[in-house]
Design a protein around this ligand. Structure first.
Ligand code: URA
Length: 246
């Protein structure tokens, strides 16, 4: 049940109270059978439709986006923003939806977003041993020592004063590699390969903790259920995986 439908729709970004009242007057807020609802109604939220569409997820939501290349994880930079891939209502919700960490403009793949500030801090906490898995295509073949250098915990990036935590590299054949990181520094993977004289041509994040992108198409998003969110906190070991599906 909801507080009142009008308040709930306004908090979800469907408009100011006045704009939401107009939605009711125009008969655009209905039940699943298409019967108009009243602003004071308190129906089960899953039965409510606005213009025939189910309501956006309630407050406390987490969603995954398959980020395409060319979109920036920011709300104000010039150019194409990830917000443009989400319902236009999301920035106007009572608590706006923000990305959990960032992917570079040209990086594709799994990006989490949430309006739950506490959850966001739990996910990005450096105390957690949650691995993030990337697949990269490199400009040049591996030179041979990358697995050891990445795993060593001694690699220094230019203009930084602390070495990188150990990272796991798995060759996938040709110029393709899978890399697991347990931290998230600025342009980290691109700078790691640059430090070894290589260049990342394309970069795609497949996995965070135990949560994988699956078959979500590029540019699409979906809300996560509590089981999916629990997978985000599954810790990842430094040992190579034997599971070829991720
Ligand atoms: N490392 C990078 O260089 N870029 C990303 O987007 C993520 C990890």
């Amino acid at each position: 049940m909801m507080k009142t439908l009008a308040r709930d729709l306004s908090a979800l970004g469907y408009g100011s109270r006045r704009e939401v009242m107009r939605l009711f007057r125009d008969g655009r807020v209905t039940d699943a059978a298409g019967a108009p609802l009243d602003e004071d109604d308190t129906p089960p939220r899953e039965t409510v439709r606005v213009d025939g569409e189910p309501l956006d997820p309630p407050a406390g939501m987490v969603l995954m986006l398959n980020k395409p290349a060319g979109f920036v994880c920011s709300t104000k930079d010039p150019g194409r923003l990830i917000n443009q891939l989400l319902p236009p209502r999301f920035p106007s919700r009572k608590v706006p939806v923000s990305p959990v960490g960032r992917l570079d403009k040209d990086t594709t793949g799994l990006l989490l977003l949430t309006d739950d500030g506490q959850l966001l801090h739990r996910i990005v906490s450096p105390r957690r041993k949650v691995g993030k898995i990337y697949e990269a295509t490199l400009a040049n073949p591996l030179r041979g020592d990358e697995i050891e250098v990445f795993a060593s915990g001694t690699l220094m990036l230019r203009s930084e004063d602390a070495p990188l935590a150990p990272a796991r590299l798995e060759p996938l054949g040709g110029r393709h590699v899978r890399v697991t990181l347990w931290e998230g520094r600025y342009h980290q993977l691109r700078r790691m390969f640059a430090a070894l004289g290589n260049h990342v041509e394309s970069l795609h994040r497949t996995t965070i903790g135990g949560l994988t992108l699956g078959d979500l198409p590029s540019g699409q998003w979906r809300p996560l259920d509590p089981e999916d969110v629990a997978l985000v906190f599954v810790e990842t070991s430094l040992q190579p995986t034997t599971d070829k599906s991720i």
